[in-house]
Design a protein around this ligand. Structure first.
Ligand code: ADP
Length: 198
């Protein structure tokens, strides 16, 4: 089973993806985490990506598609994947569909976490405070100014994939403003529906 979690920065995709990994034996692939690993390892890709990420822009489709395509070949992805933060453009969505259909697979559910933008700034501030309190390093793109740019990037480049999947009747929307457990229950219901349909 392959699932896409879709939503603006701070919508709760990572939190929910982790829960799905445990429950359904799927592998969470976060392109953001993969890029941050490249940065930490100091690879050429990481050096290029850091500047783009720190501005709140998107890394090029070619790089992202290449990264996902080789990652999904690995053994731990064979049971299915939760895509978190990918696709972020219509070109990435099309590439993913082609990639999966070449392997005789498909996207089983696209789950949009809907949240209001006002709340996202507050959530980000909490995330920063929690990380600092826990002595963890705060992401260099986690600040109010970059977040505003990341939200604008989402609206301009990522939001068009919502009608792209809705037109194919693949999109299910969950209210991401609810408590974490309630969001989880709503996502479970969507996945149960997708399982029955397959
Ligand atoms: P967020 O909390 O904003 O959802 P992510 O960890 O998913 O953060 O992504 C952080 C940054 O990494 C993005 O702002 C973008 O610059 C880059 N990035 C992550 N995934 C993609 C992608 N699929 N396509 C292009 N850029 C990406």
């Amino acid at each position: 089973m392959n699932i896409i979690l879709l939503g603006p920065p701070g919508a709760g995709k990572g939190t929910q993806a982790k829960k799905l990994e445990d429950k359904y034996g799927l592998k969470q692939l976060s392109t953001g985490d993969m890029l941050r690993a490249e940065i930490a390892a100091g690879t050429d890709l990481g050096v290029q990506a850091k500047q783009i990420i720190d501005r709140g822009d998107l890394v090029s489709d070619d790089i992202i598609i290449g990264m996902i395509s080789s990652r999904t070949e690995q053994d731990d992805c064979q049971n299915g994947v939760i895509f978190d933060g990918f696709p972020r453009t219509v070109a990435q969505a099309e590439a993913l569909e082609n990639m999966l259909s070449d392997k005789g697979q498909r996207i089983d559910a696209v789950i949009e976490l809907k949240v209001d933008e006002e709340a996202l700034v507050g959530r980000l501030e909490n995330r920063i405070a929690e990380m600092k309190a826990a002595g963890q390093e705060v992401r260099s793109d986690d600040n109010a100014e970059t977040l505003r740019h990341r939200l604008a990037t989402f609206r301009e480049q990522t939001a068009p994939i919502i009608p792209f999947f809705a037109d194919k009747d693949m999109l299910r929307t969950v209210d991401g403003m609810q408590a974490i457990d309630a969001v989880e229950a709503a996502i479970d219901a969507v996945i149960d529906e997708a399982k029955t349909a397959s």
